[in-house]
Design a protein around this ligand. Structure first.
Ligand code: AMP
Length: 443
């Protein structure tokens, strides 16, 4: 199957060719004709499947045929959970639409709103936004959503995880009733199902295989190691194997900062990226990482979500995630677009339950290794896992012990994945939001 067989117009086919794509991915093969027909879509797909082009290409084609937007009006609205994903979707819209005369813009919190207000004023064909900032601008009447023809909810599960459901509901209330709705989500919780039932009219359902549950292109290895030796082992592996461009996952923002500092001290250039960092710090770190100037990027799950770094050779789980599905998301950062990747997890005695949950989810046993010089103590006793604000042994609601964290069970209420998320939850409970939208959890 080729892109031209999917019914795309010449300008879009040229843009696709310029990107170097020759064959549509499975989700593109199904989504493009469905969206072109104008119906609603419910797609189960995660980053790495080509979903962005899957909705952007047909969306642009539909918009190219219609009337221009009026002042402050928006014709297609794409909502994303994080600033990084918004920026990446915005880039795709600009890339694929470069031969069409459509206007698009990206908005998110944490940066000044005036340039965004100025960009929206003449009207936009496509607005890519995170929910908080969009709602702020809508409430200030800087954007008119009453003429939206197409709504895309990208990574809807993450938006709900991050507490955006109330903002999304408020946004839905100001959209016109008649519109096309496209919902993308990696997982289908009851909450997502409820949102889909409310939002979608007789949707076409698309489900593409999770690329990395088979993970044919990702070489996955577990290193058993003592908790206290992980940092030393990571530095050793990076130096010994001469790894460049290593994306390292930690469970907490605090852990990400600490690890980045410690690696830098050992002359391994590293930076942390998470929700507490300013937008400019995050953009700078990501840019340096992409060009290869920065050897190691340390990230929490939420911050890393949506980062589109192609052909990333190495992903390291410095700590296993509390939710088994996040392991699949994490290793999805490597071996993308046909390139081979290596995923390494450093696992201590505290994490054996989490490891079992992951192996159950991906339906295979992972290869376990012990690096000479880093042999784990066979008598080591498991300790509760440090999680978010509540440090090991700190009591309270944290201390996510093995029983609770292990087993790859679906993410339940009150089960925290990361202190990024804890921040979002706390804000949601307080109902607080500052007027700039920057106080909202967006990454
Ligand atoms: P996404 O799932 O939208 O984040 O896309 C994942 C990656 O696949 C991006 O780097 C895209 O540039 C790339 N991609 C999208 N469609 C194709 C295609 N048909 N062929 C090759 N690469 C693609």
């Amino acid at each position: 199957m080729t892109f031209s067989e999917l019914g795309l117009r010449a300008e879009l086919l040229s843009a696709v060719e310029a990107q170097g794509y020759t064959i549509p991915t499975p989700i593109q093969q199904q989504a493009i004709p469905a969206v072109l027909k104008g119906g609603d879509l419910l797609a189960s797909a995660q980053t790495g499947t080509g979903k962005t082009a899957g909705f952007t290409l047909p969306m642009l084609q539909r918009l190219a045929d219609g009337p221009r937007p009026g002042k402050r009006q928006v014709r297609a609205l794409v909502l994303t959970p994080t600033r990084e994903l918004a920026a990446q979707v915005g880039e795709s819209v600009a890339d694929y639409g470069r031969l069409l005369t459509l206007k698009s813009h990206v908005i998110f919190g944490g940066v000044g709103q005036q340039p965004q207000v100025d960009a929206i004023r003449p009207g936009l064909d496509v607005l890519v936004a995170t929910p908080g900032r969009l709602l702020d601008l809508q409430q200030q009447k800087h954007v008119d959503l009453s003429k939206v023809e197409i709504l895309v909810l990208d990574e809807a599960d993450r938006m709900l995880d991050m507490g955006f459901i109330h903002d999304i509901k408020k946004i839905l209330r100001v959209l016109p009733e008649k519109r096309q709705n496209l919902l993308f989500s990696a997982t289908f919780s009851n909450e997502i199902q409820a949102l889909a039932n409310k939002l979608l009219d007789d949707p076409k359902m698309i489900e593409v295989a999770r690329r990395n549950t088979t993970a044919e292109l990702v070489d996955q290895t577990i290193y058993r190691v003592d908790r206290e030796k992980k940092r030393e082992l990571l530095a050793h592996l990076i130096t010994e194997h001469d790894w460049h461009q290593v994306l390292v996952f930690t469970r907490t923002k605090h852990g990400a900062n600490r690890l980045a500092e410690q690696l830098s001290k050992q002359e391994i250039p590293a930076m942390a990226i998470h929700g507490n960092k300013s937008q400019s710090a995050r953009t700078k770190a990501l840019a340096a990482f992409k060009t290869g100037d920065l050897q190691v990027l340390v990230a929490t799950d939420i911050a890393a979500r949506g980062l589109d770094i192609e052909e990333l050779p190495h992903v390291v789980n410095f700590e296993l995630p509390n939710v088994a599905e996040d392991y699949v998301h994490r290793i999805g950062r490597t071996g993308r677009a046909g390139s081979e990747g290596q995923a390494v997890s450093l696992v201590c005695v505290d994490e054996h339950g989490l490891l079992k949950g992951i192996e159950r989810l991906i339906k295979r046993d992972l290869e376990k290794r012990i690096e000479p010089g880093f042999e784990p103590d066979p008598n080591a006793k498991p300790e509760p896992i440090e999680n978010g604000r509540n440090r090991r042994g700190g009591g309270g609601r944290g201390g996510n012990g093995q029983k609770r964290g292990g087993g790859g069970q679906p993410r339940g209420q009150g089960q925290r994945r990361d202190d990024d998320q804890a921040t979002a939850t706390r804000r949601r409970r307080r109902g607080g939001r500052n007027s700039s939208g920057g106080g909202r959890q967006q990454a």
